[in-house]
Design a protein around this ligand. Structure first.
Ligand code: 1HN
Length: 352
């Protein structure tokens, strides 16, 4: 009893000086394995599309951004799609302008539907057509202008939750004396593509910053051609045909905090199960198939999204007769850079 009282007194005295007694088994400190709050979630395109249509008609592109987006919300979290990034679907209508700003979050867009929009990144202008990937790395000014005739829809992913947990949030709206809240376009509007777009040859004296990908856009046509070439390789036991969008200078991930992949699951493919630290979001570009995640099974089809929570066993399969194509973003570059990346695979195809 005396001991208990002494401990209470010690705790009270420590508290007065902003101290705490701490031991390794104090919740929420060490658990044997990750016990994520993030959930593995499946969003169906057939549920989202009518809502996106309504969003386009009922929500104005207001001030303060402006952006019109539907966020893929993870019910296990207060905010965000996973604990490191936010995935949102942006709707922009003909003639609309999403004015320029910059922030410390890294961001990219993967175009889902439509054509005729352009993103201006630090004065360079890149087309946004279905299947294109456009990067707006941390600190770059960016605005989107829709010059086409139908609505445009794309996936935006930003490492907002990571930036917030590191308490490193910066944001600035843009203003220019003649062009106002959009950026003027450079004389060479696609410089990064001209310098680095071949992926294989580069101007020897082009300035590059360590770890920062100088290439701002990856076209759907390039990705499709690369994937078709890779289909001639031996099938990857986890992912069948899979390629990562890479920094052409150092071979690293396309963004410092987020890696993106495109993969093709051919009919009859049954992938091995794996688990790893870090979180992922998939977007089904085309086709259908299924992914088992922990004790859930997501039967997905074109236009669907799903997340895989950290350390959840998961395996992909395509039991149909058509090829399926998945786009993926993950935060493993962060885990790898910090030494927190772990991965396991199982011979069996189904998680137990
Ligand atoms: C943002 O800046 C964009 O620049 C899109 O297009 C989506 C979601 C949350 C916060 C900022 C954009 C965003 C965003």
């Amino acid at each position: 009893m005396a001991d208990a009282e002494a401990r209470r007194a010690l705790k009270a005295d420590l508290a007065r000086f902003n101290g705490r007694v701490s031991q390794p088994d104090d919740p929420p400190l060490f658990t044997r394995e990750p016990e994520p709050d993030v959930q593995s979630v499946h969003w169906r395109g057939r549920d989202l599309m009518p809502l996106l249509d309504r969003l386009g008609r009922e929500v104005d592109l207001g001030a303060g951004g402006p952006r019109r987006t539907l966020r893929l919300h993870n019910p296990g979290l207060a905010f965000g799609t996973t604990h490191t990034f936010w995935g949102s679907i942006q709707v922009i209508l003909p003639g609309e302008v999403a004015t320029a700003h910059r922030h410390s979050a890294n961001a990219f867009r993967f175009i889902m539907h439509g054509q005729g929009s352009w993103t201006n990144v630090d004065g360079e202008c890149y087309p946004m057509n279905e299947g294109d990937l456009v990067l707006t790395p941390a600190g770059t000014w960016h605005d989107h202008v829709h010059k086409g005739s139908g609505p445009m829809i794309w996936l935006d992913v930003l490492d907002i939750s990571l930036m917030r947990s590191l308490q490193a949030t910066f944001f600035e709206p843009y203003s220019h004396p003649t062009t106002g809240n959009v950026q003027p376009v450079d004389a060479i509007p696609d410089r990064s593509l001209r310098q680095f777009g071949s992926g294989l040859m580069q101007p020897p004296r082009a300035p590059v910053k360590p770890g920062v990908n100088p290439l701002l856009a990856y076209s759907a046509a390039m990705a499709e051609a690369a994937l078709t070439q890779a289909a001639g390789l031996t099938s990857d036991p986890l992912d069948d045909v899979v390629l990562e969008y890479r920094n052409p200078v150092d071979g690293g991930p396309a963004m410092r905090t987020m890696a993106m992949q495109l993969q093709r699951l051919r009919p009859g493919f049954q992938g091995q199960a794996r688990r790893h630290t870090g979180s992922k979001l998939y977007y089904v570009v085309s086709g259908d198939g299924s992914t088992t995640v922990g004790d859930q099974r997501f039967d997905w089809r074109t236009g669907d999204f799903f997340t895989v929570a950290p350390w959840a066993w998961h395996a992909h399969s395509n039991g149909g007769t058509q090829e399926a194509t998945l786009f993926q973003v993950n935060d493993t570059p962060v885990l790898k850079a910090l030494g927190y990346y772990r991965e396991e695979t199982r011979e069996e195809t189904r998680p137990t």
